[in-house]
Design a protein around this ligand. Structure first.
Ligand code: BG6
Length: 294
Protein backbone atom coordinates (compact mmCIF):
# COMPACT_ATOMS: atom_id res chain seq x y z
CA UNK A 1 0.00 0.00 0.00
CA UNK A 2 1.36 3.44 -0.87
CA UNK A 3 1.48 6.01 1.90
CA UNK A 4 1.74 9.73 1.27
CA UNK A 5 3.67 11.96 3.63
CA UNK A 6 1.50 13.40 6.41
CA UNK A 7 1.02 17.15 6.84
CA UNK A 8 2.28 17.55 10.43
CA UNK A 9 -0.30 18.88 12.84
CA UNK A 10 -3.05 18.92 10.17
CA UNK A 11 -3.43 15.57 8.40
CA UNK A 12 -1.61 12.47 9.58
CA UNK A 13 -1.79 8.75 8.78
CA UNK A 14 -2.19 6.25 11.62
CA UNK A 15 -2.31 2.47 11.86
CA UNK A 16 -5.07 1.22 14.13
CA UNK A 17 -4.77 -1.86 16.34
CA UNK A 18 -7.23 -3.66 14.04
CA UNK A 19 -4.93 -3.16 11.04
CA UNK A 20 -6.75 -0.25 9.37
CA UNK A 21 -4.87 2.78 8.11
CA UNK A 22 -6.66 6.04 8.78
CA UNK A 23 -6.08 9.64 7.79
CA UNK A 24 -6.78 11.88 10.76
CA UNK A 25 -7.47 15.57 10.04
CA UNK A 26 -7.27 18.18 12.78
CA UNK A 27 -7.53 21.59 11.19
CA UNK A 28 -8.81 24.92 12.54
CA UNK A 29 -11.95 24.35 10.41
CA UNK A 30 -12.88 20.77 11.32
CA UNK A 31 -11.76 17.34 12.48
CA UNK A 32 -12.25 14.26 10.31
CA UNK A 33 -11.12 10.68 9.94
CA UNK A 34 -10.98 8.54 6.81
CA UNK A 35 -10.11 4.84 6.71
CA UNK A 36 -8.25 3.71 3.58
CA UNK A 37 -10.38 0.56 3.77
CA UNK A 38 -13.38 1.63 1.74
CA UNK A 39 -12.05 5.25 1.53
CA UNK A 40 -14.54 5.48 4.35
CA UNK A 41 -15.12 8.79 6.14
CA UNK A 42 -15.85 7.69 9.71
CA UNK A 43 -15.88 11.10 11.41
CA UNK A 44 -16.51 14.74 10.54
CA UNK A 45 -16.99 17.56 13.01
CA UNK A 46 -16.92 21.24 12.05
CA UNK A 47 -15.04 23.49 14.49
CA UNK A 48 -17.41 24.66 17.24
CA UNK A 49 -20.02 22.11 16.16
CA UNK A 50 -21.09 18.58 17.02
CA UNK A 51 -20.03 15.44 15.08
CA UNK A 52 -22.26 15.15 12.00
CA UNK A 53 -21.71 11.44 11.30
CA UNK A 54 -23.01 8.47 13.27
CA UNK A 55 -20.64 5.54 13.84
CA UNK A 56 -21.91 2.38 15.51
CA UNK A 57 -20.11 1.25 18.64
CA UNK A 58 -20.65 -2.34 17.40
CA UNK A 59 -19.14 -1.77 13.95
CA UNK A 60 -16.51 -4.08 12.58
CA UNK A 61 -13.21 -2.32 11.97
CA UNK A 62 -11.42 -5.01 10.05
CA UNK A 63 -9.98 -5.30 6.55
CA UNK A 64 -12.62 -6.73 4.21
CA UNK A 65 -15.59 -5.92 6.49
CA UNK A 66 -17.87 -2.92 5.97
CA UNK A 67 -17.83 -0.19 8.62
CA UNK A 68 -21.28 0.55 10.11
CA UNK A 69 -21.66 4.31 10.07
CA UNK A 70 -19.85 7.27 8.55
CA UNK A 71 -20.02 7.29 4.75
CA UNK A 72 -19.73 3.86 3.11
CA UNK A 73 -19.21 3.96 -0.66
CA UNK A 74 -21.57 1.65 -2.54
CA UNK A 75 -20.23 0.70 -6.00
CA UNK A 76 -20.68 -0.87 -8.57
CA UNK A 77 -24.07 -2.05 -7.37
CA UNK A 78 -26.48 -0.94 -4.65
CA UNK A 79 -28.09 -3.46 -2.28
CA UNK A 80 -27.82 -7.09 -3.39
CA UNK A 81 -26.16 -7.75 -6.76
CA UNK A 82 -29.03 -8.32 -9.22
CA UNK A 83 -27.48 -11.29 -11.08
CA UNK A 84 -25.44 -12.77 -8.22
CA UNK A 85 -27.01 -12.51 -4.75
CA UNK A 86 -23.97 -14.37 -3.35
CA UNK A 87 -21.79 -11.28 -3.91
CA UNK A 88 -21.26 -8.61 -1.21
CA UNK A 89 -24.21 -6.25 -0.66
CA UNK A 90 -23.65 -2.69 -1.93
CA UNK A 91 -20.70 -3.76 -4.11
CA UNK A 92 -17.06 -4.17 -3.26
CA UNK A 93 -15.82 -0.55 -3.02
CA UNK A 94 -16.59 -0.35 0.70
CA UNK A 95 -14.63 -3.50 1.52
CA UNK A 96 -11.53 -2.90 -0.65
CA UNK A 97 -8.48 -0.95 0.41
CA UNK A 98 -8.14 2.29 -1.56
CA UNK A 99 -4.84 4.10 -2.16
CA UNK A 100 -4.24 7.64 -0.93
CA UNK A 101 -3.26 9.53 -4.08
CA UNK A 102 -2.88 13.12 -2.90
CA UNK A 103 -3.14 15.21 0.22
CA UNK A 104 -3.04 19.00 0.46
CA UNK A 105 -3.94 21.74 2.93
CA UNK A 106 -4.44 25.47 2.46
CA UNK A 107 -3.22 28.12 4.92
CA UNK A 108 -6.78 28.51 6.20
CA UNK A 109 -6.91 24.80 7.10
CA UNK A 110 -8.97 23.39 4.24
CA UNK A 111 -7.78 19.83 3.58
CA UNK A 112 -8.29 17.92 0.34
CA UNK A 113 -7.48 14.22 0.09
CA UNK A 114 -7.93 12.03 -2.98
CA UNK A 115 -8.24 8.23 -2.83
CA UNK A 116 -8.31 5.83 -5.75
CA UNK A 117 -9.47 2.30 -6.41
CA UNK A 118 -8.57 0.55 -9.68
CA UNK A 119 -9.95 -2.63 -11.16
CA UNK A 120 -7.72 -5.68 -10.77
CA UNK A 121 -8.07 -9.45 -11.04
CA UNK A 122 -10.09 -9.64 -7.81
CA UNK A 123 -12.58 -6.95 -8.81
CA UNK A 124 -12.90 -8.41 -12.34
CA UNK A 125 -13.86 -11.76 -10.77
CA UNK A 126 -16.81 -9.96 -9.15
CA UNK A 127 -17.60 -7.47 -11.93
CA UNK A 128 -15.99 -7.92 -15.35
CA UNK A 129 -15.11 -4.31 -16.15
CA UNK A 130 -12.09 -2.03 -15.99
CA UNK A 131 -12.46 1.21 -14.07
CA UNK A 132 -10.75 3.79 -11.91
CA UNK A 133 -12.73 5.29 -9.02
CA UNK A 134 -11.53 8.57 -7.47
CA UNK A 135 -12.93 9.82 -4.19
CA UNK A 136 -12.12 13.45 -3.40
CA UNK A 137 -12.73 14.40 0.23
CA UNK A 138 -12.77 18.14 0.79
CA UNK A 139 -12.77 19.11 4.48
CA UNK A 140 -13.55 22.63 5.62
CA UNK A 141 -16.44 23.85 7.76
CA UNK A 142 -18.43 21.64 5.41
CA UNK A 143 -17.65 18.21 4.04
CA UNK A 144 -17.75 17.57 0.30
CA UNK A 145 -17.26 14.13 -1.23
CA UNK A 146 -16.97 13.60 -4.98
CA UNK A 147 -16.98 10.07 -6.36
CA UNK A 148 -15.77 9.95 -9.95
CA UNK A 149 -15.92 6.73 -11.97
CA UNK A 150 -13.92 6.33 -15.18
CA UNK A 151 -14.44 3.53 -17.68
CA UNK A 152 -10.91 2.40 -18.60
CA UNK A 153 -12.06 -0.68 -20.53
CA UNK A 154 -13.02 -1.23 -24.17
CA UNK A 155 -16.79 -1.72 -23.63
CA UNK A 156 -19.53 0.44 -22.11
CA UNK A 157 -20.66 -0.57 -18.61
CA UNK A 158 -23.52 0.21 -16.27
CA UNK A 159 -23.12 0.78 -12.53
CA UNK A 160 -24.98 1.90 -9.41
CA UNK A 161 -23.42 3.99 -6.64
CA UNK A 162 -24.19 5.64 -3.31
CA UNK A 163 -22.54 7.81 -0.69
CA UNK A 164 -24.43 6.04 2.07
CA UNK A 165 -24.22 8.77 4.71
CA UNK A 166 -25.17 7.97 8.33
CA UNK A 167 -26.09 11.22 10.09
CA UNK A 168 -25.85 11.61 13.87
CA UNK A 169 -29.10 13.02 15.19
CA UNK A 170 -30.76 13.45 18.59
CA UNK A 171 -33.69 11.07 18.03
CA UNK A 172 -35.07 9.90 14.69
CA UNK A 173 -38.62 10.18 16.09
CA UNK A 174 -38.12 13.92 16.63
CA UNK A 175 -36.51 15.06 13.37
CA UNK A 176 -38.16 16.07 10.10
CA UNK A 177 -36.68 15.68 6.62
CA UNK A 178 -37.40 18.72 4.49
CA UNK A 179 -37.02 18.69 0.69
CA UNK A 180 -38.82 15.51 -0.38
CA UNK A 181 -42.41 16.77 -0.04
CA UNK A 182 -44.65 15.24 -2.71
CA UNK A 183 -41.85 12.98 -3.99
CA UNK A 184 -42.46 9.51 -5.42
CA UNK A 185 -40.60 6.62 -3.76
CA UNK A 186 -40.20 2.87 -3.85
CA UNK A 187 -40.87 1.33 -0.45
CA UNK A 188 -38.27 -1.39 0.20
CA UNK A 189 -40.11 -2.39 3.40
CA UNK A 190 -43.21 -3.22 1.30
CA UNK A 191 -42.12 -5.09 -1.86
CA UNK A 192 -40.94 -1.89 -3.60
CA UNK A 193 -44.49 -0.50 -3.84
CA UNK A 194 -44.58 2.92 -5.49
CA UNK A 195 -45.86 5.61 -3.13
CA UNK A 196 -45.88 9.37 -2.78
CA UNK A 197 -44.98 11.54 0.21
CA UNK A 198 -47.48 14.11 1.43
CA UNK A 199 -46.95 17.86 1.36
CA UNK A 200 -45.54 18.04 4.90
CA UNK A 201 -41.87 17.44 5.84
CA UNK A 202 -41.28 13.73 6.19
CA UNK A 203 -41.19 12.13 9.66
CA UNK A 204 -39.85 8.67 10.50
CA UNK A 205 -42.35 6.60 12.47
CA UNK A 206 -41.32 3.00 11.69
CA UNK A 207 -38.69 1.03 9.77
CA UNK A 208 -37.93 3.21 6.76
CA UNK A 209 -36.16 2.13 3.58
CA UNK A 210 -37.22 4.35 0.70
CA UNK A 211 -35.70 4.95 -2.71
CA UNK A 212 -36.58 8.27 -4.31
CA UNK A 213 -35.77 7.98 -8.05
CA UNK A 214 -35.33 10.94 -10.40
CA UNK A 215 -34.84 13.20 -7.41
CA UNK A 216 -32.16 15.91 -7.30
CA UNK A 217 -33.51 17.74 -4.25
CA UNK A 218 -31.40 19.16 -1.44
CA UNK A 219 -32.51 17.55 1.82
CA UNK A 220 -32.45 19.17 5.25
CA UNK A 221 -32.65 17.23 8.51
CA UNK A 222 -34.34 19.53 10.97
CA UNK A 223 -33.29 18.45 14.46
CA UNK A 224 -35.14 20.50 17.08
CA UNK A 225 -33.40 18.84 20.05
CA UNK A 226 -29.90 19.61 18.74
CA UNK A 227 -31.25 22.96 17.53
CA UNK A 228 -29.65 22.54 14.13
CA UNK A 229 -30.37 21.77 10.52
CA UNK A 230 -28.10 19.42 8.59
CA UNK A 231 -28.09 20.33 4.89
CA UNK A 232 -27.36 17.62 2.29
CA UNK A 233 -26.73 19.08 -1.17
CA UNK A 234 -25.82 16.94 -4.16
CA UNK A 235 -24.92 16.94 -7.83
CA UNK A 236 -24.63 14.19 -10.43
CA UNK A 237 -27.11 12.16 -8.38
CA UNK A 238 -30.64 11.26 -9.46
CA UNK A 239 -31.57 9.01 -6.53
CA UNK A 240 -31.96 9.75 -2.83
CA UNK A 241 -32.31 6.89 -0.32
CA UNK A 242 -33.63 7.35 3.21
CA UNK A 243 -32.99 4.54 5.68
CA UNK A 244 -33.52 3.83 9.38
CA UNK A 245 -33.63 0.18 10.51
CA UNK A 246 -35.88 0.80 13.55
CA UNK A 247 -36.18 -1.89 16.25
CA UNK A 248 -36.38 -5.40 14.76
CA UNK A 249 -33.86 -4.86 11.97
CA UNK A 250 -31.39 -3.27 14.41
CA UNK A 251 -31.63 -6.33 16.64
CA UNK A 252 -30.90 -8.56 13.63
CA UNK A 253 -27.73 -6.67 12.61
CA UNK A 254 -24.62 -8.06 14.36
CA UNK A 255 -22.61 -4.88 13.73
CA UNK A 256 -25.16 -2.41 15.11
CA UNK A 257 -26.24 -1.86 18.73
CA UNK A 258 -29.87 -2.78 19.43
CA UNK A 259 -30.50 0.65 20.97
CA UNK A 260 -28.63 2.77 18.40
CA UNK A 261 -31.39 3.23 15.79
CA UNK A 262 -32.88 6.43 17.28
CA UNK A 263 -29.56 8.26 16.94
CA UNK A 264 -29.00 7.80 13.20
CA UNK A 265 -30.62 8.51 9.87
CA UNK A 266 -29.18 7.71 6.46
CA UNK A 267 -29.78 10.17 3.65
CA UNK A 268 -27.92 8.70 0.71
CA UNK A 269 -26.75 10.48 -2.43
CA UNK A 270 -27.06 7.81 -5.08
CA UNK A 271 -27.73 6.61 -8.62
CA UNK A 272 -29.57 3.30 -8.42
CA UNK A 273 -32.19 1.24 -10.27
CA UNK A 274 -33.62 3.24 -13.17
CA UNK A 275 -31.04 5.97 -12.43
CA UNK A 276 -28.05 3.61 -12.90
CA UNK A 277 -25.27 5.20 -14.95
CA UNK A 278 -24.05 3.88 -18.29
CA UNK A 279 -20.48 4.92 -19.14
CA UNK A 280 -18.89 4.71 -22.59
CA UNK A 281 -15.22 3.64 -22.82
CA UNK A 282 -12.92 6.50 -21.81
CA UNK A 283 -15.67 8.57 -20.21
CA UNK A 284 -16.20 9.62 -16.58
CA UNK A 285 -19.10 10.35 -14.28
CA UNK A 286 -18.93 12.41 -11.08
CA UNK A 287 -21.38 12.47 -8.18
CA UNK A 288 -20.98 14.81 -5.18
CA UNK A 289 -22.54 15.36 -1.81
CA UNK A 290 -21.93 18.40 0.38
CA UNK A 291 -22.86 18.28 4.05
CA UNK A 292 -23.10 21.37 6.19
CA UNK A 293 -24.89 22.52 9.30
CA UNK A 294 -27.02 25.59 9.96
C1 BG6 B 1 -29.69 0.92 2.66
C2 BG6 B 1 -30.60 -0.03 1.97
O1 BG6 B 1 -29.13 1.79 1.74
O2 BG6 B 1 -28.63 0.19 3.30
C3 BG6 B 1 -31.15 -1.01 2.99
O3 BG6 B 1 -31.63 0.67 1.30
C4 BG6 B 1 -30.02 -1.71 3.71
O4 BG6 B 1 -32.01 -1.95 2.34
C5 BG6 B 1 -29.09 -0.68 4.31
O5 BG6 B 1 -30.55 -2.54 4.72
C6 BG6 B 1 -27.88 -1.25 5.03
O6 BG6 B 1 -27.19 -2.12 4.22
P1 BG6 B 1 -25.97 -2.93 4.77
O7 BG6 B 1 -25.53 -3.86 3.66
O8 BG6 B 1 -24.90 -1.93 5.11
O9 BG6 B 1 -26.44 -3.67 6.00
Amino acid sequence: MNMLPSIPGIATFHESAEGLTRLRVTSPLATAEIALDGAHVTHFQPADGAPLLFLSRSSYFAPGKPIRGGIPICFPWFGPCADRPDLPAHGFARIRCWAAESLAATDSGRVTAIFILKSDEETRALWPHDFIAHLTVDISRQLKLTLEIENTGPEPFQFEEALHTYFAISDVREVAVIGLEGATYLDKTDSLKVRELGSEPFRIVSETDRIFPANKATCVIDDPWLRCQIVVEKSGSQTTVVWNPWIAKSAAMPDFGDDEWPRMLCIETANTGTDAITLAPGSRHAMSTTISVK
